[in-house]
Write a protein that binds this ligand. Structure first.
Ligand SMILES: Cc1ncc(COP(=O)(O)O)c(C=O)c1O
Length: 397
């Protein structure tokens, strides 16, 4: 008997308005990992393995039967350890009751933005910045107000002051993705002054806090009296501990903000993976030397990347103050998405287009030095070849 052929009518489906809003706002792109002959300087994740004692803790937790639901706010021992750590950073008592363990930094950002922003609310973000913020604000129905950075990629405080007028929320990351800039204590104090007397809230995403190469101590928004009471602090284990795949992050903030964020987070995610939280607890308790080791390695690669980039004519280098990114500006009259596509297909190097991070990112490339020193050298060499060829091609057109 011949097989029965089942025909289906194509589904006529219009996604929910929130999906359309995200799609309309989103600048996010997926970039390939290194493989074959491609050298990737595109990835926003450590190339290190998670420290061994952390993976061992996860194994032990599994064997100990830690396979049940965790409390909705997170494991009490982890929240206590994090509250102790944050008390040191804030130099002010931080209660574990106001800590929420999240499904990575992404869900922490989502929970805080969706808990704060309603339809029509104005949300100020730097331009360029991490592209997830605009997507989340759009999901919530808020209005994104991008504020161009100053030419040195720090905040332009005059423009920021104008934009913040009547804003519900200001979201930023420090150290910055994609800029690699670190906002100083003076800048954060200036922000606190701008917000004084207003009801504008702040989300401070400090995912790269352990990667500050300025030589100054890193200033968390938590440590400023003028910011702490209006700020949701968003953190992740992904970068400092090389734990991107484990999906553990956390939020701290004033009690009503954390309760609201917890409501969203629990609704979306339920509780966070118990084994991953047990591993994260070991990471907080023991990984100081691992963080220092990886940081030293990034610092070496950062210098290598800077030296190699400085040899390329037509590039204006950014100041590589922190995170693991450099954000040079190129002088070709070509959109960054086109430059990136040509670099990948013809020259075998993957980087990120600056336009992915905001309209003002156009004309820049984001290079990650969370890649081996050899990849950094080879990737920048290919970048140099590619830019030289693209320039020659343009001048002969
Ligand atoms: C600034 C910033 N915040 C948050 C995240 C998200 O981190 P997670 O992997 O914990 O979701 C990233 C990841 O690239 C990031 O660059």
């Amino acid at each position: 008997m011949p097989p029965t052929v089942v025909t289906t009518t194509p589904l006529s489906f219009a996604p929910a308005a929130a999906v359309a809003r995200i799609a309309a706002a989103s600048r996010r792109t997926q970039q390939p990992q290194s493989g074959g002959d491609l050298v990737s300087l595109a990835m926003g994740e450590p190339d290190f393995d998670t420290p061994r004692q952390v993976t061992e803790a996860a194994e032990a937790a599994l064997h100990a039967g830690r396979t049940h639901y965790s409390p909705l706010l997170g494991e009490p021992a982890l929240r206590e350890a994090l509250a102790e750590k944050l008390t040191g950073i804030a130099a002010s008592p931080i209660s574990p009751a106001d800590l929420l363990i999240t499904q990575g930094g992404t869900a922490g950002l989502a929970a805080s933005i969706l808990a704060i922003v309603g339809p029509g609310d104005k949300v100020v973000i730097p331009d360029p910045t991490y592209s997830l913020y605009a997507d989340l604000v759009s999901m919530a129905g808020g209005v994104v107000v991008p504020v161009p950075l100053a030419p040195d990629l720090h905040w332009d405080l005059d423009r920021l002051a104008d934009a913040l007028d009547g804003a519900r929320l200001f979201v930023f990351c420090n150290p910055g993705n994609p800029t690699g800039i670190v906002h100083s204590r003076a800048e954060l104090e200036a922000l606190a002054d701008l917000l004084d007397g207003t009801s504008t809230l702040v989300v401070s995403d400090e995912a790269y806090a352990d990667l500050d190469f300025t030589g100054r101590p890193f200033t968390s928004a938590l440590s400023l009296d003028g910011l702490r009471d209006r700020t949701v602090y968003c953190q992740t284990f992904s970068k400092s501990y090389a734990m991107t795949g484990w999906r553990v992050g956390y939020l701290w903030g004033p009690t009503p903000l954390i309760q609201a964020a917890a409501r969203i987070h629990n609704t979306f995610n339920g509780s966070v993976n118990t084994v991953a939280q047990d591993a994260a607890l070991v990471a907080v308790r023991t990984c100081g030397p691992d963080i220092a080791r990886m940081r030293a390695e990034y610092e070496t690669r950062r210098e290598i990347m800077r030296t190699e980039l400085a040899k390329i004519p037509g590039l204006t280098l950014s100041s590589p103050e922190g995170a693991f990114y450099q954000f040079p500006r190129y002088d070709l009259d070509l959109p960054s998405a086109e430059v990136v596509a040509a670099l990948r297909t013809t020259y075998g190097v993957a980087v990120r287009p600056g336009s992915e991070f905001g309209a003002r990112g156009e004309g820049h490339l984001r290079l990650s030095y969370a890649a081996s020193a050899e990849s950094v050298v080879e990737g920048v060499r290919r970048l140099a070849d590619g830019l030289t060829a693209l320039r020659a091609h343009r001048t002969h057109q």
